[in-house]
Design a protein around this ligand. Sequence first.
Ligand code: NI
Length: 174
Amino acid sequence: MAVLPIITAPDPRLKVKCEPVAAVEKTIARLMDDMLETMYLAPGIGLAAPQVGVTKRVLVVDVSSKDGPREPIRMANPETVWRSDALTVYEEGCLSLPEQYAEVERPEKIRFRYLDEKGVLQEREAEGLLATCIQHEMDHLDGIIFVDHISALKRRMILRKLAKLKKHQALAAD
Ligand code: NI
């Protein structure tokens, strides 16, 4: 397994609509493992392939508590087949928007399908934090980041802050 560099916003690579995976072969299974290792180290609870520069419909999540056993879910070509009318609000963050948080409203429960790391079609339901996390990661596969769900004013503020941070980091690295 390997830790991959995470792309941070603003970056055009985070705005790309990703391609479906043709088949979950070894390279995809390895990508899922690398993404999990990258996510755990960060640490985060979800990571989508475009965040590590791969424009494929692959994501990983794990919302298990710190003290319990890990509960990773590896998904290729995930899609939502049902969303509840009831909404819920979580303060979201993103490994591609370091230290930026905002409240985002999303369906509280979802039913979703995906191919697991063995290429087997799975259908599950999720609610609460897991449902929010999966919807956040699925958004990434369509080039959407969580600040696209908040007011334009707040979004611009956050992206400006991140752009400034990037500039500073680039200068520091010179
Ligand atoms: Ni994210």
